[in-house]
Design a protein around this ligand. Structure first.
Ligand code: FPP
Length: 242
């Protein structure tokens, strides 16, 4: 059987892929395990999919790891997610640095406990010069908040005479988003069966192709990821034209 990887046209790989990682809880429940076990398995897929994206030369990968709404979850589950993030950085940062990947944090990570903030800041600092691929990690992220904050910061810059109102156009506005001057999202993947965007990068998704699948995130292998890209490449993107 040929792998989906061989079917990918490497000259037409999406520049920016977004993923809403969903279904960890249900994956664990199906196995009579506590929900944090699903997140632990999900974190292994984060490693696999970052590798897969890197190998086919995706320039930006945006992963939704924690939304502004996720604070409603039980405390032990939030703690487990925080522990996983620290573990992920501690175990992967050297490889990430060596491979030229830059970590970019999207969201207000200052809401997390100090040890989590420290690890995040170490990751940001050690990778800031890298440019082979950008790994956007959305943490305590919500798109409405991101857009509102962009408006506030633009207004401040107008008031301080740093920019003029007439200079506010798309390229300038985008610089005030967490994704700064990265390409817009070409492909959004959402495993876990739900068909919604859940306040994820609404601006950046304007012309994205959507790929929904019932597969739960911990079961989303590299092969499934490549399958999504093959399907993306078979779609006809018209951007409003004919
Ligand atoms: C959604 O599944 C998943 C999350 C809220 C967290 C995603 C986090 C990880 C994959 C692990 C850590 C991340 C990094 C970057 C190392 P869910 O709990 O909503 O699943 P359910 O819908 O089945 O309940």
């Amino acid at each position: 059987m040929t792998s989906n990887l061989e079917k990918i046209d490497l000259l037409k790989v999406p520049k920016h892929i977004g993923i809403i990682m969903d279904g960890n809880g249900r994956w664990a429940k199906k196995r009579f395990m506590p929900r944090p076990m699903g997140h632990r398995e999900g974190a292994k897929r984060v490693i696999d999919i970052v590798e897969a994206a890197y190998n086919i030369n995706v320039k930006s990968l945006s992963l939704y790891a924690f939304s502004t709404e996720n604070w409603k979850r039980p405390e032990d589950e939030i703690n487990a997610l925080e522990d996983l993030l620290i573990k992920y950085i501690k175990s992967q940062l050297d490889r990430i640095v060596k491979n030229g990947v830059r970590i970019n944090l999207c969201g207000d990570y200052k809401a997390f406990p100090i040890p989590v903030q420290k690890e995040i800041e170490r990751a940001l600092k050690e990778t800031e010069q890298n440019d082979k691929m950008i790994l956007n990690i959305a943490l305590n992220y919500g798109s409405h908040m991101e857009i509102i904050n962009a408006c506030k910061n633009i207004s401040q810059d107008v008031l301080r005479d740093k920019i003029s109102v007439s200079s506010i156009e798309e390229r300038l506005f985008e610089k005030y988003l967490y994704t700064n001057d990265q390409a817009p999202i070409d492909l959004l993947i959402r495993p876990g069966g739900e068909k919604r965007i859940s306040n994820f990068m609404l601006y950046q998704l304007a012309y994205a192709e959507f790929y929904f699948t019932d597969i739960l995130w911990p079961d989303f292998t590299k092969e499934k990821f490549y399958e999504a890209i093959v399907e993306y490449q078979n779609r006809n993107r018209r951007y409003g034209g004919l």
